[in-house]
Design a protein around this ligand. Structure first.
Ligand code: BDR
Ligand code: CA
Length: 311
């Protein structure tokens, strides 16, 4: 089977970095571009991080398109306390050789979608994807499906109600949820079932590769943050769930839903609502509900082990 043509819309981000490295090492996917968005850190930094990650992976064939610097609903906030001031755990990096394209993210996605069917994997706030829909409504006919990490069925991680990617730009999420396309949403209650631990960090270090070393180094402060926050060092693989869904569409159990987002409300802005009544069982919008972590971690380890060892 031909690999799935994919664009990853991202705000790297430590867990974005793992998701991107997984995607780049997976033969089921043809990653055409990383498009960047404001989110975990400012756009300037997420764009630099996309270039750093592609340089680390040795993938100058993958385009980098710069997207939106400000959420549609206005400036909100970043997650530098989770991902580091630079977004990737504040390591020292060499100047990346992979350059940014002169084409912006929105026009890049639209152009690549005209060439052949495309799957959008959105692992940051949905500002770029919503802007794409607003500027080029006909794009829905050439997007095979949109797979996003975002939202929560039960509890948020920025506020009690809202998950980060949706909280940053609820207006964008509202536009994307209303789009006439196939939409698969990987919310927090799914992603918290997918995590690495200290054994996996040791595995990464033992690979003796630049990719393994860098991922382990950037995951260390991510583990520390989690320990201070909830008392354990689980490394939650939020964004990798959206990539895993495209690699193996049977791996994650999903329910048909109607998806809504709260754009107003003092305490509820950014909350998502997934209505699971029988009316929506066959909906083109689905929400991930269950994943088998051991199978995911096995695949992730296998794929990350394919990056070349250090000289
Ligand atoms: C999401 O928020 C970001 O901090 C992560 O990269 C992930 O995309 C999890 O809520
Ligand atoms: Ca992200």
């Amino acid at each position: 089977m031909a690999p799935t043509r994919v664009i990853i819309d991202t705000d790297p981000g430590v867990d974005d970095a793992v998701a991107i490295m997984l995607a780049l090492a997976s033969p089921e996917l043809e990653v055409l571009a990383l498009t960047t968005v404001v989110g975990n850190v400012e756009l300037e930094k997420t764009t630099l991080n996309a270039r750093r990650l592609l340089t680390l992976a040795g993938r100058s064939d993958v385009l980098v398109g710069r997207g939106c610097a400000t959420p549609i609903g206005g400036a909100s906030g970043t997650a530098a306390e989770v991902h580091g001031q630079d977004g990737l755990g504040d390591l020292a990096w060499p100047e990346p050789s992979v350059q940014e394209s002169s084409e912006d993210a929105i026009e890049m996605i639209y152009r690549l979608a005209q060439e052949a069917p495309l799957t959008l994997v959105a692992i940051g706030p949905l500002t770029n994807i919503a802007t794409l829909l607003q500027k080029h409504p006909d794009v829905v006919t050439s997007i095979e499906r949109v797979v996003i990490m975002g939202g929560a069925s039960f509890e948020g991680n920025v506020t009690a109600a809202a998950e980060f990617n949706i909280w940053v730009d609820p207006e964008a999420a509202e536009i994307v949820f209303a789009g006439a396309w196939k939409l698969d949403i990987m919310p927090l209650d799914l992603t918290h079932q997918a995590f690495l631990n200290d054994d996996d960090l040791n595995f990464l270090r033992g690979l003796d590769s630049e990719v393994g070393d860098r991922l382990a180094a950037m995951l260390e402060p991510y583990a520390k943050f989690h320990e201070e926050w909830v008392g354990n060092r689980d490394l939650i693989m939020h964004d990798a769930m959206a990539v895993y869904e495209v690699i193996d569409p049977t791996a994650i159990q999903k329910d048909g839903v109607k998806a809504d987002v709260e754009t107003s409300g003092v305490h509820s802005r950014g909350a998502t609502w997934f209505t699971r009544s029988f009316h929506h069982a066959e909906s083109s919008t689905r929400v991930g509900v269950a994943v088998h972590n051991a199978s995911f971690v096995k695949l992730l380890r296998e794929r990350l082990a394919t990056y070349p060892a250090k000289n």
